[in-house]
Write a protein that binds this ligand. Structure first.
Ligand code: MN
Ligand code: MN
Length: 476
């Protein structure tokens, strides 16, 4: 070996490829880890569905709902569901919580297309029944056209009864679609316009039905819409007025799948940020089996894609309030002072996805500062846009501590900024959590095609993220 090679090995930094750096055994474990992840992605396509899935899993592991009074507070495994859209899960450690806790916090909402509050209409020219929509989060609208969609969500009837809706996921279900314009007639309407204008929100109507309702062989007003409403009434016993208060989301229909001839990747909807929710849950379930000194907590927040506002977002009182709940449950002082001090002494991972370099569009990244697929979980000291606008920016002390923990636990990790400086940018929940004075760092896997209907992750990075969160919960 040349002298320069020796020196390079000794003092130069190089990120490590999971597929060449780890044993065949560990790679097999990573491949296996992805199997249940695909099932989770396919089953949980809304924040409510993620919560239902998680609560089901927790009940099987003897976790209790902290809001339900218990005979004693001996169970160290607790969870809380907040407004049916956010949740937190904790494994209480041996040390007092007020000495500080370890937290991994992610978000479980994803970009989607919602139905408008009064969605039903019949197009006057075509006599087709349609549903009107209002998109949620950052989407490229054209990606949602002419692709099979499923309808997920809930309707609360006038008597208060909740009806869960899911149309388009079973093989026998019909799907829905927003029909795009044929290429032959797109020259002026679409092809000569900038991408952001080629499909507008007003084009995103959903085809609902085409058969009119007939009475005595005489067509009635809006007969196609009426027929569709009648079919829905027959199946679910819900009327048009019930939709005015409903929460119904259109999401891509179908399951998450393996990607690539080597099956090294997963393609599926909603991986931003359910990949972090899933890996943090699996990490916590492992920590649960160990006698940990510190309390481990994971949070699933809603509303990240629209700015973390609202009662179920990371900028709400829920983050602080659950710490108070836990202190009280653990027979510690749950007053405002002690609750605040507990968070100030705590360590937090803001668990969110990063942008891996896309071979089709490498120019928006700087390769040495970006996340590469298959090279492990990404650590982002800061995000934001422009001159670090709107960032948390983890301290050097805390960043080095996290790197040390990952190295000790042989986690494949890399540093990752979100694109070149001034290329664009984005934020996470990190800045809302750090408001409480805790140490916070962004950490999560890189995805390709983030916010598209078919996001891609590497199974190596999925597994490395799980390992990273577990190491952090145990050692931070
Ligand atoms: Mn995200
Ligand atoms: Mn996002």
């Amino acid at each position: 070996m040349k002298k320069s090679d020796d020196l390079r090995k000794k003092i130069a930094y190089e990120r490590k490829c999971f597929w060449t750096d780890t044993t065949k055994n560990e790679q097999k474990t990573a491949m296996k880890f992805a199997e249940n992840y695909k099932k989770f992605l396919s089953a949980a396509k809304t924040e409510r569905e993620v919560i239902d899935y998680t609560v089901e899993e927790l009940k099987g592991k003897n976790f209790i709902n902290i809001d339900v009074p218990q005979k004693n507070n001996n169970n160290r495994r607790v969870y809380k569901v907040f407004k049916n859209k956010a949740m937190a899960v904790a494994v209480i450690g041996k040390n007092p919580m007020s000495e500080g806790v370890n937290i991994v916090a992610s978000h479980i909402d994803a970009p989607r297309v919602d139905l408008k509050q009064n969605p039903f209409d019949e197009d006057k020219i075509t006599k087709l029944a349609i549903l009107k929509t209002h998109y949620y989060g950052g989407i490229k609208k054209y990606q949602w056209m002419s692709t099979p969609l499923a309808l997920h969500g809930i309707v609360i009837k006038a008597n208060g009864e909740r009806v869960d809706i899911c149309i388009g996921e079973n093989d026998n279900d019909p799907v829905l679609v927003m029909p795009d314009l044929l290429i032959h007639l797109s020259r002026k309407e679409q092809m000569s316009k900038p991408m952001s204008e080629a499909v507008s929100a007003a084009h995103m109507n959903v085809l609902l039905g085409s058969i009119p309702y007939y009475e005595d062989k005489e067509e009635t007003k809006d007969a196609v819409k009426l027929n569709a409403l009648n079919l829905i009434f027959d199946k679910y016993d819900i009327k048009e007025e019930d939709f005015l208060s409903a929460e119904l989301y259109l999401v891509p229909a179908g399951k998450a799948r393996d990607l690539g001839v080597d099956k090294s990747m997963v393609i599926g909807y909603g991986q931003d940020d359910r990949i972090c929710a899933y890996t943090s849950l699996q990490a916590l379930l492992d920590v649960m089996e160990m006698e940990s000194d510190k309390t481990s907590i994971i949070y699933f927040f809603d509303k990240e894609e629209v700015g973390s506002d609202g009662a179920s977002g990371a900028n709400s009182i829920f983050f602080l309030d659950f710490i108070g709940d836990l202190l009280k449950y653990n027979n510690e002082d749950a007053g405002s002072y002690n609750t605040r001090k507990t968070l100030i002494k705590s360590s937090v991972i803001s668990a969110d996805v990063n942008a891996a370099i896309n071979p089709n569009f490498p120019s928006v990244h700087e390769a040495s500062n970006a996340v590469h697929m298959g090279y492990g979980v990404g650590i982002a000291k800061f995000l934001g846009s422009g001159g670090k606008g709107g960032t948390n920016d983890a301290s050097s002390e805390f960043t080095a501590k996290v790197m040390r923990i990952f190295n000790e636990e042989k986690v494949n990790w890399q540093i990752g900024a979100l694109g070149k400086v001034d290329e664009g940018g984005g934020g996470t929940i990190a800045k809302f959590l750090s408001y409480h004075g805790c140490d916070v760092i962004d950490c999560g896997p890189g995805l390709l095609s983030m916010h598209s209907l078919n996001e891609v992750c590497s199974k190596a990075d999925l597994y490395s993220t799980y390992k990273a969160y577990k190491a952090f919960l145990l050692k931070a």
